[in-house]
Design a protein around this ligand. Structure first.
Ligand SMILES: Cc1cc2nc3c(=O)[nH]c(=O)nc-3n(C[C@H](O)[C@H](O)[C@H](O)COP(=O)(O)OP(=O)(O)OC[C@H]3O[C@@H](n4cnc5c(N)ncnc54)[C@H](O)[C@@H]3O)c2cc1C
Length: 292
């Protein structure tokens, strides 16, 4: 099938894009990398009155530093995240996790902003941004506002953005020193059945602080396992600590059954993947110490 007819606009600035979105009163859609939008149009699941193509807005494609924070424009592509030196140094989790998304063609076009607004509950980018405490900036006819990632999702594929709003940038505070990520996929680089990510810092005495744990594919949005992470604060991430955290992580799990897996199978996977990433986190710090 081919898409239904639509108007097409290619603004050169954020204000021009927002003015088009306002003009169409919620019936237009933003076109970024098109990797999710175009298939939806071709299947006629969406029939927007217009596409507002943001690919000519140069400022949205920039990576910049703001003190300890790293700011990625909404149009920064997966390929830039994968290969850029600033992201590699300041946000190594993003540079690592992006390699698990789709294939080379998808990563050449897909954007971080598009991925966040698409809001796939198994998406790697929403999961990474959640665990890194990212904040998004959105601009609409009423002005600009900030939304912490933790408040961005209202459900599966549903964000807190109004249809006249444009996501413009994603702000990352200093990221913890260590991370580990793992996901269960039916095929290499397919959408995840269940994914888990852990980050944290380790003090000179071997005790961990600022441990964070997030899960994908286990609810209608990516979730932080706060209680499980709290249990690990001040510990050395012993096997027993990790087992306790894996059990506590089940508190935030309410998985769906879909074409990829049953809820029961996803529940079975959660403690397995939590233990995997926490063991990986511990190993990341130990390996680094041994290399010194
Ligand atoms: C073969 C294939 C494999 C894939 N595999 C994976 C995978 O393993 N993991 C994964 O996470 N994803 C995967 N994807 C999806 C991919 O990550 C998409 O690129 C991403 O979901 C959307 O990014 P985009 O820039 O292409 O956005 P688009 O497709 O252009 O837009 C997606 C949605 O976001 C809206 N939008 C885009 N940018 C903005 C903005 N700045 N402000 C407001 N609204 C905006 C659009 O209107 C649309 O509703 C895959 C896609 C394909 C085709």
């Amino acid at each position: 099938m081919k898409a239904a007819a639509f108007d097409y606009h290619r603004p050169a600035s954020v204000s021009e894009a927002v003015s088009y979105l306002d003009q169409y009163g919620g019936t237009a859609r933003v076109l970024a990398g098109g990797q999710s939008l175009v298939p939806m149009l071709n299947m006629r699941l969406w029939r927007p009155a217009a596409l507002i193509d943001i690919n000519a807005i140069e400022e949205l494609g920039q990576v910049r530093l703001d003190g300890d924070s790293t700011v990625l424009g909404a149009l920064v592509r997966y390929a830039q995240i994968e290969r850029g030196p600033v992201v590699a140094e300041r946000l190594p989790l993003l540079a690592y996790i992006v390699r698990h998304i789709g294939d080379r063609q998808v990563r050449n076009r897909g954007t971080i902003g598009g991925s966040l607004v698409q809001g796939d509950p198994t998406g790697e980018m929403p999961l990474a941004c959640l665990v890194l405490d990212a904040v998004v900036h959105v601009t609409g006819p009423a002005g600009t506002r900030e939304i912490p990632l933790a408040d961005l999702y209202e459900g599966s594929y549903a964000t807190a953005l109004d249809l006249e709003e444009l996501l413009t940038e994603i702000i990352f505070p200093r990221s913890p020193q260590y991370f580990a990520f793992a996901e269960c996929c039916r095929r290499h680089n397919d959408f995840a059945v269940v994914s888990a990510v852990a980050t944290g810092d380790r003090g000179p005495d071997g005790r961990w602080c600022d441990v964070r744990l997030a899960l994908g594919g286990v609810a209608d949005t990516p979730v932080r396992a706060e209680r499980a992470a709290e249990l690990l604060s001040g510990t050395e991430l012993s096997d027993a600590d990790i087992r306790d955290a894996a059990e506590a992580a089940m508190q935030v799990v309410d998985p769906p059954s879909d074409v990829r897996a049953s809820a029961e199978y996803r529940r079975h996977l959660v403690p397995v993947y939590v233990e995997k990433v926490l063991t990986g986190l511990r190993a990341a710090a130990t390996d680094e110490r041994e290399q010194r």
